[in-house]
Design a protein around this ligand. Structure first.
Ligand code: 8DG
Length: 140
């Protein structure tokens, strides 16, 4: 029996845009933007959990790719990882979030600067902003 919680979040990229989801709960995170995802359940791999969570939260099927570099440990017993994901079927809709939005590098930069991102996600947001800038300039 362990009380370690692993959360997997999805970096869903489409061309030069990243999908963000606006939390509706808990109160201290409500209104802030995050990478959609959730807790890995017993017996699941992080990739399996991400496929399940994005189906539940966004109503789409995804294929899961590489992990982002940052591993976040905001408090003992809680670890957050993020993995790239690509939509293979369906159109995203906000099943469990307040809203969804696609952002380019400038949109993501503005959300970071205005304190609108979930604080635990800032390292991922900065990593992804660099990637969106590269994509915008057609360098990859
Ligand atoms: N999904 C997600 N959760 C995040 C992110 N950043 C971050 O600190 N968290 C935290 C918030 C929550 O404490 C936890 C994930 O909770 P959740 O509510 O999204 O996961 P879940 O759907 O499996 O949870 P639940 O049904 O048991 O409430 O991780 C993020 O980018 N995405």
């Amino acid at each position: 029996m362990t009380d370690e919680v692993l959360v997997v979040a999805g970096a869903v990229l489409d061309g030069g845009r990243l999908l963000l989801a606006q939390r509706d709960r808990p109160a201290e995170l409500a209104g802030l933007w995050e990478l959609p995802g959730g807790k890995v359940e017993p017996g699941e791999s992080p990739a399996q959990a991400l496929v399940r969570e994005l189906c539940e939260e966004l109503d789409v099927s995804v294929s899961v790719g590489d992990s982002l570099a940052g591993v976040v440990r905001p408090k003992p017993g809680l670890t957050l990882v993020a993995m790239r994901a690509t939509i293979v079927s369906g159109t995203v809709r906000a099943v469990e979030h307040r809203a969804l939005r696609w952002v380019d590098a400038d949109g993501l930069s503005e959300l970071i600067q205005t304190g609108s991102m979930v604080p635990n996600d800032l390292a991922w947001a900065r990593e992804l902003m660099g990637e969106l800038q590269v994509r915008r300039h057609g360098l990859s």
